[in-house]
Design a protein around this ligand. Structure first.
Ligand code: PLP
Length: 359
């Protein structure tokens, strides 16, 4: 069997070292005689794990003191509803930039609860770019302004943040969190499903400025109220215990590699290997150009659906798996999260060159 390189968009590749540690600790976590999955979340052993995970996330992301870190369930998709229920509490308005399917879902869900405005959209060109924003369209009395920082499906990312003034900027960072440094203080809330760059599915991380907590609508389900989770240290009910443990291991790995600055360096270099090849290829082309290109998700096409299929099939036989584009767009997509080694992309490009010669 060839060596496997997993280009899945999510759940996605995790660092081998992390999986190895998890395997070593599977049957007996540090002499407790238990697997972390079997532990009471109220035990002192487990409390140490969640505390360490939060401390590492705060350190690695330089999270300011006036932000809470919440470890929740329900995926990034539940945040699409939690945000309006908790934050749409003054004017009942929120502004959105539609840069893809996830941004649209966040908008659609929030629109059930209040007055939502689309400031700009890149739907006209299949979300292949980040639209220019006209600041005069922003509503000064909006309760929040929502963006999807990195568009997992279409492979674009914001390289410059919208200037929203006093309106809290909210970012879905599911597919780019931990991939490069970000200034948390620019945001009201940053949220992410863990299964792209942080750990296994089932854990959702929310980083929220404290003043945005505590104003949920009175009909908000208890489990959807940020205040409940903040007051209970993410232990109002059973948190996703194993996912939090895995995130702790991933954060240790990120820290040991040199933190987010080193991650960015690694990711920029790795993505350039693929983009440079795509820009020079006569067969393959990237669907996104310029500054809007994602470092994490790289969609590309041959322009011929049959050839795309042939490529995906032959790539799989060579160990390059999960290269199919999202079911809504087709083509190919290489997701190259933190845990994808540069070697995986170099080998993929070698294979693409050969495929191009032979076809
Ligand atoms: C994967 C993804 C989601 C959906 O996450 P779930 O955890 O499955 O709800 C939302 N937004 C972005 C940007 C994603 O990449």
């Amino acid at each position: 069997m060839p060596e496997i390189f997993n280009f899945s968009a999510g759940p996605a590749v995790l660092p081998k070292e992390v999986l190895k540690t998890a395997a070593d600790e599977m049957l007996d976590y540090k002499g407790t005689g238990q697997c972390v999955m079997e532990m009471s979340h109220r035990s002192k052993e487990y409390q140490a794990i969640i505390d360490e995970c939060e401390a590492l996330l705060r350190e690695v992301m330089s999270v300011p003191e006036n932000y809470k870190v919440l470890f929740l369930q329900g995926g990034a998709s539940s945040q699409f509803a939690m945000l309006p229920l908790n934050l749409m509490n003054k004017s009942g308005k929120a502004d959105f930039v539609i840069t893809g399917q996830w941004a649209k879902k966040a908008y659609d869900e929030a629109a059930r609860y209040g007055d939502c405005k689309i400031i700009a959209s890149s739907k006209d060109k299949t979300f292949s770019y980040i639209p220019t924003l006209d600041k005069s369209e922003f509503r000064a009395d909006a309760d929040y302004f929502h963006i999807c920082l990195n568009n997992t499906i279409f492979g674009t990312k914001f390289s410059k943040l919208p200037e929203t003034g006093n309106v809290p900027l909210i970012a879905d960072a599911s597919s780019c969190i931990l991939s490069e440094p970000i200034d948390v203080s620019e945001f009201g809330v940053i949220y992410a499903g863990a299964q792209k760059n942080m750990g296994p599915a089932g854990l959702t991380v929310v980083i929220i400025r404290e003043d945005l907590i505590g104003n949920a609508r009175d009909y908000t389900p208890t489990m959807f109220d940020y205040k409940i989770h903040a007051e209970n240290g993410s232990m109002y009910n059973t948190p996703p215990t194993y996912g939090i443990y895995m995130l702790k291991l991933v954060l240790e790995w990120v820290k040991n590699k040199g933190g987010l600055t080193a991650m960015k360096e690694h990711n920029v270099k790795k993505a350039a290997v693929l983009y440079d090849y795509l820009d020079g290829s006569k067969m393959f082309s990237a669907t996104v150009s310029g500054d809007d290109r994602s470092l994490m998700n790289v969609p590309f096409v041959t322009g011929n659906e049959e050839l795309d299929k042939k490529f995906i099939k032959e790539a799989k036989e060579q160990g390059f798996i999960n290269l199919g584009g999202h079911r809504s767009v087709g083509g190919m997509r290489a997701s190259i999260y933190n845990a994808m080694p540069t070697e995986g992309v170099v080998k993929l490009v070698d294979f693409m060159r050969k495929f191009e010669e032979n076809n």
